[in-house]
Design a protein around this ligand. Structure first.
Ligand SMILES: Cc1cc2nc3c(=O)[nH]c(=O)nc-3n(C[C@H](O)[C@H](O)[C@H](O)COP(=O)(O)OP(=O)(O)OC[C@H]3O[C@@H](n4cnc5c(N)ncnc54)[C@H](O)[C@@H]3O)c2cc1C
Length: 463
């Protein structure tokens, strides 16, 4: 079995209301000319939602367009949900600087918006002396970058990873890693943007774009929208379709090379609640951060992801092959031997929107006020707030002298309702979606991420 978007409910999902506020009402609050958005963000994944939030908080009249009926339905619906640290990636890259800025903001913002998270750290486990040697190198590299890390011998590692197999040789503890609800992050970014005046339109695919050099305005053609969107700046956050989005206006400067990751989820196993509370990572290699075994913020035991290139970009991808599932089950039983014969609750898979380069592809075409945010491969959940800060600086450069942005009202900070209240809505609606009680105008949102969805389902059985 596999956790997918419950195809039997497809018709219900299509019928979910998508929310759209009148462009004029929001734009007139912040924009000098009603009907023209300061910024149009294309793509409602975790990155587009974070960018829309940041620009809105800065005072831009902002429109977010998402082609799917649901936010976070691309790469952002199939990740691990672990906010990593900046020392995961090479210094001097755009990705590294976005991670540094993002990680400095994540915890305080999760707390302010009541996003479920667990600042657990991760123990990377070595099961051979060769693996331990790799961790020793990684330890020194991370230490030199200022990460809070500790190299653990077998005894110390077992203290933090009591369920790990007897062959554990040692570990590397990375304190700054945070388990977070992978669906509520993009939703919280979008909701915060919305409550501060952003307009969010779902089911709105951008299919054409032209720039008026005289008025210095973009005109975007949107499928199923009677009027074209007019905006001063476009921020293209197309994720897995990032190169196709670019090709609406120019030959794309990059090609998306999707990298698939698969996961196995366990039934409630009866193993102790502490098992997986500190994620156990494997030893990272040149192409992947390795496989994790962890318990989600809603208590679901999971193992994954794999990492391999694929051609197809359809999300969710088809279920993993049996040998992939067997590999993940083996990894899980290394981390917790009691899982060797445990029942599988399902699988899920995601696609990382990598490109032919290992760095993010973020740039500004100043002449045309177009910001490209592409190739946000395997760290976008963590870096999203940092990416958003960078984009806001690029937008400022792009529009210098044209518009001055200043919020006229204080920023509202309504935290997410409690998890039981969100689960009550999930239970009551019974179509896989949630309405947030204190911001009902934000609309109904289908829980696109399988890890969150199974967590809510389990909690609703006990509600
Ligand atoms: C297996 C896996 C594990 C991962 N683990 C982690 C992790 O633990 N920690 C971490 O930080 N990151 C992780 N990531 C990476 C993270 O999930 C991605 O970097 C992030 O989701 C990318 O977000 P995005 O908004 O750029 O793309 P997407 O989520 O794909 O969003 C792009 C959106 O643009 C929309 N769109 C495209 N074209 C158009 C158009 N023409 N008009 C309107 N809308 C359009 C799409 O429908 C889509 O919703 C992982 C990813 C995967 C797949």
């Amino acid at each position: 079995m596999r956790w997918a978007c419950a195809s039997s409910k497809a018709s219900v999902l299509r019928a979910l209301p998508t929310f759209s506020r009148s462009a004029a009402s929001a734009a007139s609050r912040f924009s000098s000319s009603a009907g023209v958005f300061d910024a149009c963000v294309v793509g409602g994944g975790v990155v587009g939602a974070a960018v829309c939030r940041e620009l809105t908080l800065q005072g831009y009249a902002c429109l977010l367009l998402e082609r799917s009926p649901h936010l976070a339905s691309g790469a952002s619906s199939g990740n691990t949900g672990i906010a990593c640290t900046a020392s995961d990636v090479e210094e001097g890259t755009v990705e590294h600087s976005c991670l540094v800025e993002g990680t400095s903001l994540n915890l305080e913002t999760y707390k302010a918006l009541n996003i479920p998270h667990r600042a657990s750290g991760t123990v990377y486990c070595a099961y051979s002396t060769q693996e331990y040697a790799v961790l020793q190198k990684d330890f020194l590299r991370r230490l030199s970058r200022g990460d809070a890390v500790a190299l653990l011998d077998a005894h110390e590692a077992r203290g933090l990873a009591p369920s790990a197999s007897q062959s554990l040789v040692g570990g590397l503890w990375v304190k700054g890693e945070v388990v977070v609800d992978p669906w509520l992050v993009p939703i919280a970014w979008a909701r915060h943007a919305w409550e501060n005046g952003a307009v969010i339109e779902r089911g709105s695919e951008v299919v054409g774009a032209s720039f008026d050099e005289v008025q210095r305005l973009w005109k975007l053609d949107v499928r199923h929208r009677s009027e074209a969107v007019r905006a001063r700046v476009v921020v293209a956050c197309g994720g897995l379709s990032g190169d196709q989005l670019e090709s609406l206006v120019r030959p794309s400067p990059f090609s998306i090379k999707p990298r698939r990751g698969d996961y196995v989820l366990y039934e409630n196993t009866g193993v102790g609640a502490e098992v997986g509370s500190v994620p156990l990572g494997s030893v990272p290699n040149a192409t992947s951060r390795g496989v994790f075994f962890w318990r989600s913020v809603h208590g679901v035991l999971a193992v994954g992801p794999t990492a391999y290139e694929v051609d197809d970009r359809v999300v969710p991808p088809p279920p993993p092959a049996d040998d992939v599932v067997d590999f993940l089950k083996q990894a899980a039983s290394n981390s917790c031997s009691e899982l060797a014969n445990a029942s599988i609750a399902g699988t899920y898979s995601g696609l990382r929107p990598g490109s032919e380069l290992s760095d993010y592809r973020i740039s500004l075409d100043q002449g045309r006020q177009w910001v490209t945010v592409g190739g946000i491969r395997s760290t976008g959940l963590t870096a999203s707030l940092g990416i958003a800060k960078l984009v806001s600086r690029l937008c400022g450069e792009s529009l210098v002298g044209q518009v001055s942005f200043k919020r006229e009202t204080d920023v509202h900070w309504t935290p997410l309702p409690s998890v039981p209240s969100i689960v009550a809505s999930f239970c009551e609606r019974a179509d896989g979606s949630v309405v947030f009680s204190d911001t009902p105008g934000f609309g109904a949102h289908y829980v696109t991420h399988p890890l969150t969805r199974i967590g809510f389902s389990r909690m609703s059985q006990h509600a």
